[in-house]
Write a protein that binds this ligand. Structure first.
Ligand code: FAD
Length: 458
């Protein structure tokens, strides 16, 4: 069984009880990851009565794998936004991300969170000559967006040879789990009720129902990664759950900065005591891309980081959006009390802050002027959904997801599940829902447990 804390940031957890009986609140937050934690802290600080329901343990979803790099300079994400939505949107998003990094820092300081925030330079590198045009385009775009990024002759002490690195000064690193748990404790001190082991199995109007009880609230925030229960096809087509691994490395030369590949699906590296923390895109959840990406990861570790020893691997997912902008706000105009926040494309700490800011503004009647950019029901450029499918192995994705005989069926839209041996869980290739070996829901959009027969468990 997985431990409650990653080995690189051991800690002690508090236990929270499961929900029993009926509760009422101004705001119900479903999901205790970075989004749920940041929303509870900002909403309670504004005086809202908040209940937080977590299906399992706080922070054990995708946030458990977060490697804690907090930056407004989202490398390739702005390139996608500029291409799909336009330069104005990219500029507005860049400004909000800059403010989000400052906001995260202010939360750390004002709540005295035990998450060791540190200012640190980030170096974005081109590993080979083939990557140089991408780095050049990035540097031009970042300059237009007002981010200083200068070529770094020493590549910031990158532990392997690179063609060229750009230095992006004054970014932040922190320990994500202590940050998240600290935010929830701060919210609790201001009256937030917190329940673990309380999966929401149905939402009926303003009431969310769990096995032990229910919560009625004026607003319901789905902070569940992919929004549970969502079956709206345009929205689902704009989201893709991509598997991503955090690899804890020990030994090797000490790092004094973070390093990101200019290629969005390649490695990122940050320093931790005694070693480094690597993040690696494993391809679209539930597909055969996993095996291929695993092989490249092993090769990369041997070739580029031979002095480091692998201590732990943590596999999770993150939700990418087709146009690069997160999806934050009311799910549908006719049910405006039901809000969602997801699609962070690998950058959850700063985006969760932005989501909490937008959601708090909407609920408190002081909407952020730029909020409409992120509306989940926005009109998507026709090519944006197609971009998500680029590089996805269709034969190993949607089609085999529907056709694979004998596999358990996803309770969201009946995709056939694939068992991921490395992660030890069932994954749906259609929309990324995941289930334990016994079929218990881990991540949405599925809400109900899947039926896994005895022979399928073997
Ligand atoms: C390997 C890796 C490295 C990363 N590194 C970084 C990084 O360096 N910097 C950065 O900014 N971001 C990083 N990210 C991205 C970041 O971790 C995610 O964007 C972020 O954690 C998403 O948070 P969330 O709260 O939306 O989702 P989650 O953390 O998944 O939280 C959702 C919660 O909802 C709960 N839930 C689901 N269904 C229900 C239900 N029915 N009822 C009740 N609860 C439910 C789940 O149990 C879960 O706890 C990384 C991601 C990965 C995978």
């Amino acid at each position: 069984m997985e431990a409650d804390f990653p080995t690189w940031e051991p800690g002690i957890r508090r236990d929270y009880p499961p929900l029993r009986g009926e509760r009422q609140a101004d705001v119900l937050i479903v999901g205790g990851g970075l989004t749920g934690a940041t929303c509870s802290a900002l909403l309670t600080a504004q005086g809202a009565r908040v209940v937080l329901l977590e299906a399992h343990l706080l922070g054990m979803g995708d946030s458990f794998a977060c490697t804690g790099k907090v930056t407004g300079q989202l490398a390739g994400v702005y390139t996608t936004v500029a291409r799909t939505v336009g330069m104005d949107a990219a500029s507005a998003y860049a400004r909000l991300m800059r403010e989000a990094v400052l906001g995260v820092r202010a939360l750390c300081d004002s709540f005295r969170l035990p998450c060791q925030p540190r200012e640190q330079d980030v170096y974005v590198f081109a590993e080979t000559e083939d990557d140089l045009p991408a780095l050049q385009n990035l540097s031009a775009l970042e300059a237009k967006l007002g981010f200083p990024a200068a070529p770094a002759p020493d590549a910031g002490g990158c532990p392997f040879p690179v063609e060229l690195s750009l230095r992006m000064p004054n970014q932040l690193t922190l320990s994500p789990l202590p940050y998240l748990l600290g935010l929830i404790e701060a919210a609790e001190r201001q009256g937030c009720e917190v329940y673990e082991h309380s999966p929401v199995r149905a939402i009926d109007g303003r009431r969310a129902i769990t096995p032990g009880g229910s919560v009625e609230a004026a607003w319901i925030v789905l902070a569940t990664g992919s929004p549970i229960g969502c079956t709206a096809l345009p929205r689902l087509a704009m989201m893709q759950q991509r598997a991503c691994a955090a690899v804890v490395l020990q030994g090797g030369a000490p790092l004094h900065a973070s390093h990101l590949s200019v290629q969005p699906d390649e490695l990122t590296l940050r320093p931790i005591p005694g070693g480094a923390l690597l993040a690696w895109d494993m391809g679209r959840a539930g597909t055969r891309q996993h095996e291929a990406r695993q092989t490249v990861l092993e090769r990369t570790l041997k070739a580029l980081l031979p002095e480091y020893r692998v201590q732990e691997r943590i596999l999770r997912q993150d939700v990418w959006s087709g146009d690069g902008l997160p999806l934050i706000g009311s799910i549908r105009p006719e049910a405006s009390h039901l809000l969602m926040a997801t699609g962070y494309s690998g950058w959850g700490v700063a985006n969760a802050y932005l989501a909490a800011r937008i959601i708090t503004g909407q609920i408190m009647g002081r909407p952020l002027p730029e909020a409409s950019l992120f509306r989940p029901d926005r009109r998507y450029p026709s090519h944006a959904g197609v971009m998500l499918r680029e590089g996805a192995n269709v034969a190993g994705g949607y089609l085999s997801g529907l056709l694979r005989p004998g596999a358990p069926v996803c309770t969201h839209m009946s995709g056939r599940l694939r068992y991921n041996l490395d992660a030890g869980r069932w994954e749906c290739p259609c929309h990324g829902s995941t289930f334990t070996v016994l079929g218990e829901t881990l991540a949405g959009p599925a809400m109900e447990n899947a039926k896994v027969s005895a022979h399928q468990r073997q």
